[in-house]
Design a binder for this molecule. Structure first.
Ligand code: GLN
Ligand code: ZN
Length: 762
């Protein structure tokens, strides 16, 4: 007889409570430590995780959730999908892996992109008709064995074969008609071999993650899902299979999976709002375990355990067995609320990070198995915390609510662009093809040191501010020397474009230790938006005006937009996102007004995450885009005609959001374009976009400096699509991650190329 899943989590953070893995990786990359040292730290992190999950009382502990960089990359390596340009480097297996993740000298890394609608980035595998899948690496087996040696029986977790191929891209050179999914039968052979080996090792359960089915899928893809799990399910020798789909409702895939010979299905009952109802009508579940994702794996609020149990109760009749889990992997939340000494105690009592969520899962599991009385105390404590949060004065600000209530349609409308345009040109007198940057200049070691010194109390606020002002002056002088037309203050005072605003707004809390992996060794500390948002006082005017005083050229004020602030924070879940976005928008609107009143004539409101929050299902796009656009307009439409509003977007594949970009009604939109050779301009023209546009002419994601001819040719390509009167010249994105040497040279080339193209226009 095999053991039951009972209570589990779908995955767990791996960077380490004190970011031990980050430090170990960076030290290995810098050749300051050996592979053996790195592996030892990794082994300890895994062992600690297994022990703590088991000791917390989970019935089933996951393994293979560790990764040196990314789980999708791991899957590619496990199944031998390593492009020849990396194998031919002749590096050790570990260094080949890191070459795919980070690139080496002349070999760039694999492309990186966002993992569904999260802020985690995975590496995009490249598949072509010649890719030979095999069981090339046995990490999942080895880690199972390693855990067993630690005395912990685990459930290896793998990215499922469909999700793997659906997230892969077809390698350059493959035929136009080729799809990675064409290779499914061969990939399944390799998965089958791995399953057999895991079984021989003694593995009882394997988890296969198929979040790709929380997004819209074609009939062909759905049929492939069914065929794949029939095939794997029919293997004579294999562990029990738990197929987990998360980040939303599985829709049609749910019924298909239920009809497959697998032993358990994992569903997301938090993001999958229709799933609980859908389950009751699905027959195939009667002989399966339903792993109910009742605890939110992506947000940081304590679970309403009573509500979760009520949901669980509705499932009891549908499935053979109901187990409790998180909605998705806990990779997306920090480790431990106890590591936060500085969060206000009341707010802190409402929070659950990964370790608290593990305990919630355990409590729910016991309540289901032994009855509520067995965990009465825990349920009561949760009830108190949830009620306290619901009734707390500090989550509601009546002034903000009244202001939103009183808004008129005019608050989100400006006059005709044609009129604004004339007023702005009169006020700004910009040359044709104005040159500018996206906002940040390199964050030097000195800037970071000053910030660390302020935090640790080694310098006071006044001397910190002075250092930042010196930096602003340096950046202004540099831009004047370079001959840019619209200047920026350089954002030295901002640690992060969202965190900075969160720290200056009411309704947000910041963490000291709430790190979440974004990609590789890079972590972010998302702020926590817990209550109604308001702005106690002006945030950026001082910086913008201090810059403007130093120059005759217009200085652009820089703000982060409401959608991006939401996307990169942990956001309250007790009201619709649209309402929260509107509150943030009001705060930004006040900031815009203050900048304008202080004499700043150009204001940029960045929305790089507009596309990231786009729901996975097309049916929800319209509703999302409506509130996202409304929030941006609320933030930006309070200004005079002559004030020029810019926005910046960080991607070049618009597709689904292109009409929304038009609807933002910004006077100037800067967008990523260098890597896609200005293709976006054609897309914008196709929907009748007729305002200012600054397609990035220089890719800031790479240290490469483009020469004058290259920038000039991109500009000429842009002029084929956009009249000179509407074209702006700027890099792809902010410069904060780059060094000064490259930035100066690249901007010099950008300005020179612009001058050359301008001459040819007269
Ligand atoms: N203004 C920000 C900067 O220049 C924009 C960053 C972004 O688009 N991600 O850094
Ligand atoms: Zn950007």
């Amino acid at each position: 007889m095999t053991s039951k899943i009972g209570s589990t989590v779908l995955g767990y953070p791996r960077i380490g409570l004190n970011r031990e893995l980050k430090r170990a990786l960076e030290s290995y990359w810098a050749s300051r430590s050996s592979e053996a040292e790195l592996r030892e730290i990794a082994r300890r992190l895994r062992a600690d995780t297994w022990h703590s999950l088991r000791d917390a009382g989970l019935d089933s502990v996951p393994s293979n959730t560790f990764s040196f960089y990314d789980q999708v990359l791991d899957t590619a390596v496990t199944f031998g999908a390593v492009p020849p340009r990396y194998t031919s480097l002749g590096l050790s297996p570990l260094d080949t892996y890191f070459a795919m993740a980070r690139g080496v000298a002349a070999t760039p890394p694999l492309e990186m992109t966002k993992w569904f609608d999260t802020n985690y980035h995975y590496l995009v595998p490249e598949i072509d008709p010649g890719t030979r899948f095999s069981l090339a690496d046995r990490t999942p087996v080895e880690q199972y064995r390693e855990a067993a040696e630690e005395g912990v029986t685990t459930r290896p977790v793998l990215v499922g074969p469909l999700t793997f191929l659906l997230l892969s891209k077809s390698a350059t050179g493959a035929a136009e008609s080729f799809r990675p999914l064409d290779k499914l039968p061969e990939l399944l052979d390799a998965y089958a071999q791995l399953l057999v080996e895991l079984r021989r090792e003694g593995v009882e359960w394997v988890q296969l993650d198929e979040p790709a089915f929380a997004a819209d899928r074609s009939p062909v893809e759905l049929a492939a899902l069914r065929d794949a799990y029939r095939r794997l399910g029919d293997l004579a020798e294999r562990p029990n299979l738990l197929v987990a789909g998360y980040f939303g409702d599985l829709g049609e895939a749910l019924e298909l999976l239920a009809s497959c010979p697998v032993e358990a299905l994992g569903v997301d009952l938090v993001a999958g709002r229709a799933t609980a109802d859908a389950l009751s009508s699905i027959r195939g579940l009667r002989d399966k375990t339903l792993v109910a994702g009742l605890v939110d794996g992506r947000n940081i609020w304590r679970t309403d355990l009573d509500k979760a149990l009520a949901t669980a109760a509705t499932l009891l009749g549908s499935a053979g067995e109901v187990a409790v889990s998180t909605s998705c992997s806990l990779l997306h939340v920090p480790y431990d609320v106890a590591a936060e000494p500085n969060i206000d105690p009341q707010v802190k009592s409402w929070l659950a990070f990964a370790d608290q969520k593990v305990r919630e899962v355990v409590v729910l599991g016991r309540a289901l198995r032994e009855g509520r009385d067995a965990v009465a105390e825990e349920l009561a404590a949760a009830r108190v915390a949830v009620a306290d949060r619901a009734n707390a004065d500090r989550v509601r600000n009546h002034r903000v609510r009244a202001r939103l209530q009183a808004l008129r349609p005019e608050s989100t409308q400006r006059s005709e662009y044609a009129e604004r345009c004339v007023a702005q040109q009169k006020s700004l007198s910009l040359p044709l093809l104005p040159t500018t940057t996206i906002g940040s200049f390199p964050q030097t070691a000195d800037i970071r040191k000053a910030r660390a010194a302020l935090r640790s109390g080694r310098i006071d606020r006044a001397s910190y501010q002075q250092r930042m002002r010196d930096e602003v002056e340096r950046v202004i002088r540099l831009q004047e020397e370079l001959g840019l037309d619209v200047l920026v203050h350089g954002e030295p005072e901002r640690n992060d474009m969202v965190q900075y605003f969160a720290e200056h707004l009411d309704g947000f809390a910041s963490t000291d230790n709430g790190w979440v992996q974004s990609y590789g060794s890079r972590c972010v500390r998302p702020p926590i938006l817990f209550g109604d948002v308001s702005r106690p006082k002006a945030i950026t005017t001082e910086w913008a005006t201090c810059a403007q005083r130093l120059t005759e050229k217009p200085v652009k004020g820089m703000l982060t937009g409401p959608v991006t602030i939401l996307a990169w924070s942990f956001v309250r879940d007790d009201q619709p996102l649209a309402d929260t976005a509107a509150q943030v928008a009001l705060a930004i609107r006040d900031e815009v007004s203050d900048l304008e009143a202080a004499g700043i004539r150009i204001i940029q409101v960045d929305e790089p995450a507009l596309r990231e929050l786009l729901p996975l299902r097309a049916a929800r796009h319209e509703q999302y885009l409506a509130w996202a656009v409304a929030a941006f307009r609320l933030a930006t439409c309070g200004v005079a005609e002559s004030t020029q509003i810019h926005t910046h977007l960080c991607y070049s594949e618009f597709g689904d959001v292109i009409n929304a970009i038009v609807a933002l009604d910004a006077d100037v939109t800067s967008i990523e374009a260098a890597r896609s050779h200005m293709e976006v301009l054609g897309d914008l023209n196709a929907v009748g976009f007729g305002r200012g546009v600054g397609p990035g002419v220089y890719d800031i994601h790479s240290p490469r400096v483009p020469d004058v001819a290259e920038v000039a040719s991109l500009l000429r390509a842009a002029l084929d699509a956009v009249p000179a009167q509407r074209l702006w010249v700027n890099p792809d994105c902010g410069l904060k991650t780059r060094g000064y040497a490259e930035v100066e040279e690249a901007l010099e080339h950008m300005v020179e190329a612009t001058a050359e193209v301008r001459r040819s226009l007269c």
